[in-house]
Unconditional design. Structure first.
Length: 425
């Protein structure tokens, strides 16, 4: 888990650089350079999110199975990161050899991860399953998520090589985006938030029995969203979007209800997670316009609306989860909480609102978009400060200057909380 978390922090730091570059490019302070658009999206998705997935899924799936921490698969880590670095050079240069090599390495790493997760799932549990069975089953979310990632990588790597027509894909870019966002990202985040919910909030989701139907709704919906543009059948896309959205709304109600009933206090981390879903539902509101090609606004949204999903939905959830896992790694003997601050919450939401407004206006669009990237960049600062602060403390400790973290009595209390947290996960 650790090497992946370090890489995720590194890529999140690079996300700040690409947000700054985007803001400066929009207002013509720096010239256009090829590949920034790709980097801006994939530093967060392939860099931050995928590293997090590869780092935590084996551990969480093993814990759900009653097993201890699995050993780090350095072969998978190397394959994924080598592939990613090669893509980060190859895609901006549009170099075929580098793109195929990078895409194949990332595909291989994802294939090995699916294999590991399935193997773990099918093996005998290490301890009687009743002990870990109190929480809803989330492993199907993980296996389905990484399987959609495989389809997404296949379509993404082939975008320049005509694999689309060869595989009978009518709209390869849509297949790539739908498979990665509604398939991989949505299922991954749904599984993670559901599994971590008791540890993050101290209470369980409102209706445990609703988790399994939500999984099926999301998985079937994502399949429709991939099959629709693949076979050029709009009914499948729309049906998929409806099923996926209803299932996600059910899951969201499952997470939000205990907070609404004040069973757990509101924190910036939890609000980062819940408000992110306002922006996730953004395409649902505009999808009918896009599918039926209604007017200028719809074209503008389908062409430029992508950043809302990346910065409005995925990034704030990373703000909440990445510091959580980092705390669990750095201080395994203390309870951890979701990351993010009130400042990061305010700034990231302001950025998304300003970007949203920019999609509907004709004058001042560039200024608004540059301001949105500026606000998103500013929201990264407190989170990166938290993350780098944690890593700095780790470095200080490993260099021999012990850091005193809590008084003995408080530590005893924390140990009780920690036991609860680990059992909850
Ligand atoms: C090996 C892995 C991947 C490759 C080779 C790849 C490749 C590409 C390419 C070539 C584009 C088109 C860029 C453009 O039109 O400017 C694209 C767009 C996109 N990809 Fe990926 N991708 C990969 C993984 C992912 C993942 C894991 C995600 C999300 C979790 C993702 C999300 C997106 C999105 C949202 C877009 C649309 C960007 C926009 O509208 O500007 N990709 N990808």
């Amino acid at each position: 888990m650790r090497p992946y978390l370090l890489m995720a922090v590194l890529y999140l730091s690079l996300a700040a650089v690409t947000a700054l570059a985007a803001a400066l490019q929009i207002i013509d302070v720096i010239p256009f350079f090829s590949g920034l658009r790709w980097l801006r999206v994939h530093i967060i998705t392939l860099g931050g999110l995928t590293q997090l997935a590869f780092g935590v899924l084996p551990t969480l799936a093993a814990r759900r199975h009653g097993e201890g921490q699995p050993r780090t698969r350095w072969d998978i880590w190397l394959t994924l990161n080598l592939g990613l670095l090669i893509l980060m050079i190859g895609i901006p240069l549009v170099n075929n050899v580098l793109i195929i090599t990078g895409g194949s390495l990332v595909f291989t790493a994802a294939g090995l991860l699916v294999y590991d997760l399935v193997r773990l799932w099918r093996s005998q549990p290490a301890r009687p399953i009743q002990q870990v069975d109190e929480q809803p089953e989330v492993r199907p979310f993980y296996v389905a998520a990484v399987s959609f990632l495989l389809v997404g990588i296949l379509a993404g790597t082939g975008l320049w090589f005509g694999w689309g027509p060869a595989l009978g894909i009518a709209a390869p870019i849509e297949v790539h985006v739908h498979s990665n966002l509604w398939g991989f990202t949505a299922l991954l985040l749904a599984g993670l938030i559901t599994q971590l919910y008791p540890a993050l909030t101290g209470t369980s989701v409102a209706w445990k029995k609703l988790v399994a139907p939500s999984f099926w709704g999301m998985a079937i919906g994502a399949t429709g969203l991939v099959a629709g543009p693949w076979m050029e059948v709009n009914a499948l896309t729309v049906g998929g979007l409806v099923a996926h959205s209803l299932a996600t709304a059910a899951l969201l109600a499952n997470w939000a209800t205990p907070i609404k009933r004040k069973l757990t206090p509101k924190s910036p981390g939890l609000l980062h997670i819940l408000l992110a879903y306002v922006w996730f539902f953004f395409p649902v509101v505009v999808a009918p316009l896009i599918v039926f090609r209604m007017g200028e606004t719809a074209n503008e949204i389908s062409g430029s609306g992508g950043p809302i999903l990346i910065y409005g939905w995925i990034l704030p959830i990373l703000y909440a989860l990445l510091p959580y896992f980092l705390q669990r790694w750095l201080r395994p003997d203390q309870p951890a909480k979701a990351g993010g601050t009130w400042a990061s919450l305010l700034l990231i939401q302001a950025g998304s609102i300003v970007f949203w407004v920019s999609l509907f206006v004709t004058t001042g669009q560039s200024t608004l978009r540059a301001a949105a990237y500026g606000l998103w960049l500013a929201s990264l600062v407190p989170v990166l400060y938290q993350l780098w602060g944690s890593l700095k403390r780790l470095a200080e400790e490993s260099e021999g200057s012990p850091v005193i973290t809590s008084a003995p009595k408080q530590r005893d209390r924390e140990n009780v909380d920690l036991k609860k947290q680990v059992l909850n996960e």
